[in-house]
Design a binder for this molecule. Structure first.
Ligand SMILES: *Cc1c(COP(=O)(O)O)cnc(C)c1O
Length: 385
């Protein structure tokens, strides 16, 4: 046997960082420049480029997308005694950011086709909260798996109730909704450059807004709320949330490859669709109208009654072939940490969680790895016909 046939194949993961020589050079350049701090020319340039890409006037580079959400929520006055409306189908960071401010997260269910915040349920939630005389500090729509939320319908609802929108665009950088890019919706938006996202700075995020005062205050709060005095004067409590100049250099390199990385993820989705489209009871999630999405993660939805097998059966089969797949985000209203939280539900997120499975979607997957996933999936489908 040759070395290649006996070599252990590495486990194939859902979404790993797609970095190479360009990123390596960028990081080395930043280190050599001497700006190894949470400020510097790469931070400024990165903010400018992301603002431009997202159609925003201002961008503040931060240590994470969660930090961006936290600061945006503080800016709109979220705090003890207020409520922040969050979709239940999201990553915990969206709800956690609300809790950091002292506000109470209230969860709202999603639309079945996109998995994004349902405008009608949102309206019901806001009407109920208003009747109760509660102060709603913000609504935080999430662009699930890289599909922008339905802002054309969500924004007018929020406007009618006088509630500001903070868009959680952590998963959707590079996507569009109508003529507007992800990150351009609402009073402010948060993007993420975590290691598993469409592009990465290993860890990082950005707050985007057209409001100069909001951006300036976020910048101030993110640097320990330091007053402009040589002796470090502080009149309020701040945070250490700025992004390192070294990581901003990495981000600039990644941003120059964003479109290429999106195209690769889209091709992967198309291959999955070609495999499952003819399988009864199985379809690719968010497939309708996905040309404006960034295809961050591709998931399939499995109706076990029709397919004769479940998403969990497929997950176990892929796992046996050393291929990672995962259910969609477990809804927040099902999470022990948010037990007892108020929710406006219609069963959609529960159903998506029970039937959805995210497949390896990373742009760094090699052709061999993609072939291996496809082979495993094809084998499973063949055995379950
Ligand atoms: C990743 C993610 C975040 C948090 O971003 P970090 O940079 O990891 O802090 C927030 N919301 C959603 C929906 C995410 O997927």
């Amino acid at each position: 046997m040759t070395a290649t046939t006996t070599a252990q194949r590495e486990r194939i993961l859902l979404s790993t960082p797609d970095v190479g020589p360009l990123e390596e050079r960028a990081v080395a350049d930043a280190v050599r420049s001497g700006w190894v701090a949470p400020l510097g020319p790469f931070v400024d340039a990165f903010e400018e480029r992301v603002a431009e890409r997202c159609g925003r006037r201002h961008a503040v580079a931060l240590s994470s997308g969660t930090a961006a959400l936290h600061l945006a929520l503080l800016e709109v006055g979220a705090g003890p005694g207020s409520v922040v409306v969050v979709p239940t189908l999201t990553f915990a960071a969206t709800a956690n950011a609300a809790v950091y401010t002292g506000a109470e997260p209230v969860f709202v269910d999603c639309d079945a086709g996109s998995g994004n915040l349902d405008p009608e349920l949102l309206e019901q939630a806001l009407a109920t909260l208003r009747r109760n005389g509660e102060r709603v500090a913000a609504v935080v729509p999430v662009d699930l798996l890289g599909r922008c939320a339905d802002y054309e319908r969500l924004l007018p609802v929020c406007e009618r109730y006088g509630v500001p929108v903070v868009s959680d665009a952590a998963e959707s950088l590079g996507a569009r909704r109508g003529s507007r890019p992800a990150g351009a919706h609402g009073l402010a938006a948060a993007v993420s450059f975590n290691g598993n996202k469409i592009m990465t700075t290993s860890g990082g995020g950005m707050l985007l807004t057209d409001d100069a005062a909001l951006a300036q205050r976020a910048r101030y709060l993110s640097t320990q709320a330091r007053q402009p005095a040589v002796h470090y004067e502080h009149t309020e409590v701040g945070y250490n949330y700025r992004l390192s100049n070294v990581l901003a250099a990495l981000g600039l390199a990644q941003l120059s490859r964003l479109d290429e990385m999106i195209a690769r993820r889209r091709r992967l989705r198309e291959r999955y669709a070609a495999l499952v489209d003819a399988v009864p009871g199985v379809r690719v999630f968010q497939r309708a109208g996905d040309d404006a999405d960034n295809c961050w993660l591709t998931a399939v939805l499995v109706d076990p009654a029709e397919a004769g097998w479940s998403a969990e059966d497929l997950r176990a089969a892929l796992d046996a072939d050393d291929i990672e797949s995962r259910p969609l985000w477990k809804p927040m209203h099902q999470q022990p940490v948010f037990a007892g939280a108020r929710s406006f539900l219609d069963g959609t997120s529960d159903r998506l969680f029970a039937t959805g499975l995210t497949l390896p979607s990373g742009s760094a997957l090699t052709d061999d790895q993609v072939d291996a996933v496809e082979g495993s999936l094809r084998g499973f489908l063949g055995r379950h016909r």
